[in-house]
Design a protein around this ligand. Structure first.
Ligand SMILES: Nc1ncnc2c1ncn2[C@@H]1O[C@H](COP(=O)(O)OP(=O)(O)O)[C@@H](O)[C@H]1O
Ligand SMILES: [Mg+2]
Length: 378
C-alpha cells in the first residue's frame, strides 16, 4: 500500500522522519545517507553520535546483530569461514538488512579497515556503461593488499558492492557480466536490489542468490526493544504494537517512525504512532466504515470528509484501511466481490491522479451499491 500522505496539520514534522512513499524514495533517502559516508567509510555503526539517524546509529556492525535471516547469515558465515566467498545477489524489500549484511560481511572478512577493500557504488553514482568499464575495472585489476584477520595473507579478494543494482541499465548490466568473469580471481561482486527480475539472467546465474523477505514481527520487536531501551523512549505497549504492525517487516521504517515519535512527543502511544505515519487509526476506520454502511449518502460523505480533514488522511490510506476492516465484516460473497471490485477500481484511479473528492464519493457509492445487492437478495 502506498502511503502518499499529506502531513497531518497538527503533527510536528521531526527532521529525521520519512514516510515510505515508495521504494524509490526509500532508496533515495538511503543513498543520501550513503553519499555522506562515501569515501570515508559507510557503516558508522553504533557510534555514540547523537546527531545520527537511528537507522545509522543502530546499523548492525556484525553478522550476529542482523536479525531475522538466520539461514542466510549462517550460510554466508560458512562461506567466509571456509574462505570460499562466491559472487552474491541479495534481493528483497527495503529495510530488511541487505546493505547491512554486506557491510558486516566486509568487516568480518577484512577487519575494521574494510573500507579500503570494498568499492561501493549505489544508484546515485553514475553507473552507466563507462563506469562499469572504467571504475570497476580499475578497482578490480589492482591486486589486493594483504590484510585481514583470517590469515596473514588475507582473503585474496576484494569486494565490489553494487547497491540498488536494479536501477542499472541493461547495457551496463551486460557490460558487467564480462567484468565479473574477467576479475573473478581477485574480486567478488555483491549485487543488491529490490526486484530480482530487473537483473539480467546471466548475472543472476553467476551469483549465489539470497532472498531477504520482510522481517518477521518478532525480529523487528527484538531490535526495536533494544533501541527503545538504549534511547530511553517512552512508549506504551499499544504504541509499540502499532509501530510493529505498521512497519510491515521494514526495520528502517520502524526505526524512523520510532525516532520521529520520540522527537515529537514526550510519550508515545498508539495514537501518536498512527499520527506520525499518517495512517488512519483503526477507530477512525471503523467510524468511516460504519458511516458508509449505515448513514445516508450525503451524511456519510460529510462525516468522512470531516474525519479526513481533521486527521489529514489520504484517501489511498483510507481505502487500504477500509479493505482491511471489511475482512472482519461478515458479508455475502457476491456483495464482498462487488465492493472489492469498486474499491480496486478507485485505487487504480487514484494512482493515475484522479481527484480525491470525486473518488471519495465513488467509494461511498461502491460500498452502498454492494450493500444494496445484499438487501435485494433477501
Ligand atoms: N535484519 C536487520 N537486523 C537489524 N537491523 C536491521 C535489519 N534490517 C534493517 N535494519 C536496520 O534498518 C537500517 C536499514 O537497513 P539496510 O541494511 O540498509 O536495509 P536494505 O539494504 O535491505 O534496504 C539499518 O541501518 C538497520 O538499522
Ligand atoms: Mg540497501
Amino acid at each position: 500500500m502506498c502511503t502518499a500522505t499529506p502531513a497531518a496539520p497538527h503533527v510536528p514534522a521531526p527532521p529525521t522522519y520519512r514516510t515510505r512513499r515508495d521504494v524509490k524514495e526509500e532508496g533515495k533517502a538511503e543513498r543520501e545517507t550513503m553519499q555522506l559516508h562515501k569515501g570515508k567509510g559507510v557503516a558508522s555503526a553504533n557510534t555514540s553520535d547523537d546527531t545520527l539517524p537511528w537507522i545509522e546509529k543502530y546499523r548492525p556492525s556484525t553478522l550476529e546483530e542482523v536479525t531475522g535471516h538466520q539461514d542466510i547469515i549462517s550460510t554466508i558465515e560458512r562461506f567466509i569461514d571456509g574462505g570460499k566467498v562466491p559472487h552474491m545477489l541479495l534481493y528483497g524489500p527495503p529495510g530488511t538488512g541487505k546493505t547491512s549484511t554486506i557491510l558486516a560481511c566486509a568487516r568480518k572478512i577484512y577487519g575494521p579497515k574494510y573500507k579500503n577493500q570494498i568499492l561501493e557504488l549505489n544508484a546515485s553514482d553514475d553507473r552507466g556503461i563507462d563506469v562499469v568499464r572504467e571504475q570497476i575495472k580499475t578497482f578490480s585489476s589492482t591486486r589486493q593488499i594483504s590484510m585481514g584477520p583470517a590469515s596473514a595473507a588475507g582473503p585474496g579478494f576484494k569486494l565490489v558492492v553494487l547497491d540498488e543494482a536494479d536501477a542499472m541499465t541493461q547495457v551496463a548490466q551486460n557490460a558487467l557480466r564480462r567484468t565479473i568473469e574477467k576479475y573473478t580471481r581477485n574480486v567478488r561482486f555483491c549485487i543488491i536490489c529490490n526486484y530480482v527480475n530487473k537483473i539480467i539472467t546471466p548475472i543472476q546465474s553467476r551469483c549465489t542468490r539470497f532472498r531477504f523477505s520482510p522481517l518477521p514481527i518478532e525480529s523487528v520487536r527484538h531490535r526495536v526493544d533494544h533501541v527503545i531501551e538504549a534511547e530511553g523512549v517512552k512508549i506504551t505497549d499499544d504504541g509499540r504494537e502499532a509501530l510493529l504492525k505498521l512497519s510491515k517487516g521494514d526495520m528502517r521504517r520502524a526505526l524512523n517512525v520510532l525516532q520521529a515519535c520520540h522527537a515529537a512527543y514526550p510519550n508515545t502511544s498508539e495514537e501518536e504512532v498512527y499520527a506520525c505515519v499518517g495512517n488512519p487509526h483503526p477507530a477512525d476506520l471503523s467510524l468511516i466504515l460504519n458511516s458508509m454502511m449505515s448513514e445516508e449518502f450525503y451524511t456519510s460523505l460529510r462525516t468522512i470528509t470531516e474525519i479526513k480533514t481533521l486527521k489529514g488522511l489520504a484517501l489511498q490510506d483510507i481505502l487500504g484501511g477500509v479493505y482491511e476492516q471489511l475482512e472482519g465484516v461478515g458479508l455475502p460473497v457476491q456483495v464482498r466481490v462487488t465492493v472489492l471490485e469498486r474499491l480496486a477500481e478507485i485505487e487504480y484511479r487514484l494512482s493515475t491522479g484522479s481527484t480525491e473528492k470525486i473518488q471519495l464519493s465513488a467509494m461511498i457509492g461502491g460500498v452502498k451499491a454492494g450493500l444494496d445487492l445484499a438487501v435485494n437478495e433477501v
